[in-house]
Write a protein that binds this ligand. Sequence first.
Ligand code: ATP
Ligand code: MG
Length: 316
Amino acid sequence: MADFLDVIIVGEVNLDLILYGLEESIPLDREILATGFEMTLGSSSAILAHNLAVLGRRVGFVTRYGSDAMGQIAMERLTEGGVETSRSIKCGESAKTGVSILLPHGSSRRILTYPGAMFAMTVEDLDLEYLASARHFHLSSLFLLRGLHAGLPALVRELKRRGLTVSLDTNDDPDNRWNGVLRELLPFVDILLPNENEILAMTSSGTLEQALDRLSGQVPLIAVKCGRRGAVVQQGRHRFVAQPLAVNPVDTIGAGDSFNAGFLTAWLAGAAAESCARAGNITGAFSTLKPGGTEAFRDRAAVTAFLRTHRFHGSV
Ligand SMILES: Nc1ncnc2c1ncn2[C@@H]1O[C@H](COP(=O)(O)OP(=O)(O)OP(=O)(O)O)[C@@H](O)[C@H]1O
Ligand SMILES: [Mg+2]
């Protein structure tokens, strides 16, 4: 099966526990009642793997998870989505699967994460031949994959040497430092997929224009996710805005990962940057219509209908 993979993603897996309807300010020592609850496959890497597979890409996902119920449910969801998980590692009793508790407050939200078993993954856990059997390598949540940092630049350099292309969505840096392994990896990255806050932080810039000016010489293709304003893309010297779809979101959790899924699907099909950004806006918007980042994509008929309506580029 490994011979036929389009994309390999090495990354974290967890369930998202989403509590709706809570006030932004939460008092101590009180019982606080949410108005709604969802438990769904979460984590940037796993959401992308799941949604890319639903969009028709052949995806291999390598992670570490605990031998607990949360890990079992998360891995089942990935398999149902069509993701190849044979190289993922089930850890012993002492390791727990990661978990995130999310509190959406309108367009903002709190995310509380226990990274769990994935924190301990190192490059020694990875099979280079398996990774190199794909066309494309993607990393999400770079700053959560701490155990991987030591060997990652050499690994990615080797994958590039073997002809793979590489994309990166760092997501947030919990330490807010934005350096170290990121600086070492950038020279090997073909596509960078940050949101607006992230690109400002990683370039110490005050405006998006300045941030793109600073990075455009280092990364050939940058798609910046701007929530309800769509995306801004820089390819070499060419910069353009990709307009969003008009939707009424349930929540925007995982919209960025779903944008990545659409963008990469079109890119792997050979589409121009404009079509890739449009594809990302379609799948990002679609994700907001159901809770979390994967629920919308579990309804295959709804996926097909939405993509058809919006003329998504790439086969499904
Ligand atoms: N309210 C919205 N209306 C239309 N499209 C949206 C909306 N919110 C998000 N999107 C789509 O989803 C994409 C990604 O959203 P966003 O900018 O929130 O990414 P993100 O911050 O990386 O999200 P996350 O990391 O939580 O997945 C946007 O570029 C846009 O295409
Ligand atoms: Mg993101």
